[in-house]
Design a protein around this ligand. Structure first.
Ligand SMILES: [Zn+2]
Length: 403
């Protein structure tokens, strides 16, 4: 498991080259895009607004990136695809919102065209997964809305109507015949809906890094899965203030060893950009370069386990400039236009802080994953001194009381 340099990677293996200006795409990266996603508009000044995709689509139409990515026109999700994740009651309730403004929960409202957009979001993601699985594309990014990872089996939640990523994972298994799916969720918020869908299922590994003591309130280290799914839910709750090097440490030291032991057939990513340092709902410190490095880390896992098959789905991200710049970085990494070395970014981590986090996470998960139990020479793995552990415990308690 050594990914030390570009020469270990995949950058020069691909047969197609799309060139625009100075940019050369060495991979066939698909993007799901459609103007109908703008039909979902909750209310004026709502952070989950159509402008989120407008800025991304406008960026994609600039001379610099035009033609570098292969466009996928979405289809609507079929009812049986929705019913693999949601209850018949949930689907009926959402169908009944067509043409209407309905307040579904305190955070989620429909406009007359919301249901259409939601069907296209789930269906578009399924189509991207199918095209990557069939080898028509190397990887893809579904630039869709509404987001999905908070949607539960029987209820909408947190701006989400249908759980796009969960629907796509089930589609990959039931329709495309894949056995093991890895879902990586780097959104600021815990992907409660996705976790609940798969927490007793050892064929889907759900890995989530999110802000602790924050909406939706779930995702503690103790939530490791249920029954035969124990160990296949990996939650890493973080206090605010974590940045590029810190996230990369978690990807390289926790996600990568676990994923290489799990050996997925396909990787889905709930890509939320509300961990960007300028996000109004955030509190994290990730920059576009950090998103590029996280993408590369996932691509390396995919290359090792499943011929590079990765499909991302847009979740949160509410600072329009930060969202646009970060999506751009992710896309040019996916297309192998650039190579960002995760280890280089990891070197910028706050070592003392990360040593504590790694110690807590490994203590919770090493009984399930033997790759986590191996010693490393980085010095990050050592058990922190008792005083530091007590201070950490105190700051967790203070944060809990504050929230
Ligand atoms: Zn979020």
């Amino acid at each position: 498991m050594a990914f030390r340099s570009e020469s270990d990677g995949i950058a020069y293996r691909y047969r197609i080259t799309v060139k625009r200006g100075q940019m050369i795409a060495r991979k066939r990266t698909g993007i799901v895009r459609d103007p109908r996603y703008a039909g979902h508009c909750m209310e004026k000044n709502h952070p989950e607004c159509p402008e989120r995709l407008d800025v991304i689509y406008t960026m994609l139409d600039t001379f610099e990136s035009r033609g570098l990515f292969l466009e996928i026109t979405p289809r609507r999700a079929e009812k049986d695809e929705l019913l693999r994740v949601h209850s018949p009651n949930h689907v009926r309730r959402l169908e009944a919102t067509e043409g209407k403004r309905v307040y579904l929960d305190p955070d989620t409202i429909t406009s007359p065209l919301s249901h259409e957009a939601a069907l296209l979001a789930s269906g578009g993601l399924c189509l991207a997964v199918e095209q990557v699985e069939k080898g028509l594309l190397d990887n893809a990014f579904a630039l869709v809305r509404p987001p999905g990872h908070h949607a539960e089996r029987d209820k909408t939640k947190g701006f989400c109507l249908y759980n796009n990523v969960a629907i796509a994972a089930r589609y990959a298994q039931h329709t495309l015949g894949l056995a093991r799916i890895l879902i990586v969720d780097w959104d600021l918020h815990h992907g409660n809906g996705t976790q609940h869908c798969f927490e007793d299922n050892p064929s889907v590994l759900f890995f989530s890094v999110h802000r602790s003591f924050f909406y939706p309130g779930s995702g503690s280290l103790r939530e490791v899965g249920k029954g035969p799914g124990k160990g296949y839910t990996v939650n890493i709750p973080l206090l605010p203030g974590f940045g590029d090097g810190d996230y990369l440490t978690l990807f390289e030291k926790i996600l990568k060893p676990i994923a290489l032991e799990f050996v997925p057939d396909f990787i889905l990513v709930s890509a939320g950009f509300d961990i960007h340092y300028q996000d109004p709902l955030g509190g994290m410190q990730v920059t576009p370069k950090g998103f590029a490095a996280m993408t590369r880390s996932i691509l390396q896992i995919a290359e090792h386990c499943c011929k590079g098959k990765v499909v991302m789905a847009l979740e949160g991200g509410y600072d329009l400039e930060g969202l646009k710049d970060s999506v751009r970085e992710v896309l040019i990494e996916l297309a192998d236009i650039q190579f960002t070395d995760p280890l280089e970014i990891m070197a910028t981590a706050d070592r003392k802080k990360m040593s504590m986090v790694l110690w807590r996470v490994k203590r919770a998960y090493k009984r399930y994953w033997k790759n986590l139990d191996t010693d490393s020479d980085s010095g990050l793995e050592k058990t922190p001194p008792l005083l530091d552990r007590m201070k950490e415990c105190l700051s967790q308690m203070l944060m809990y009381m504050k929230n």
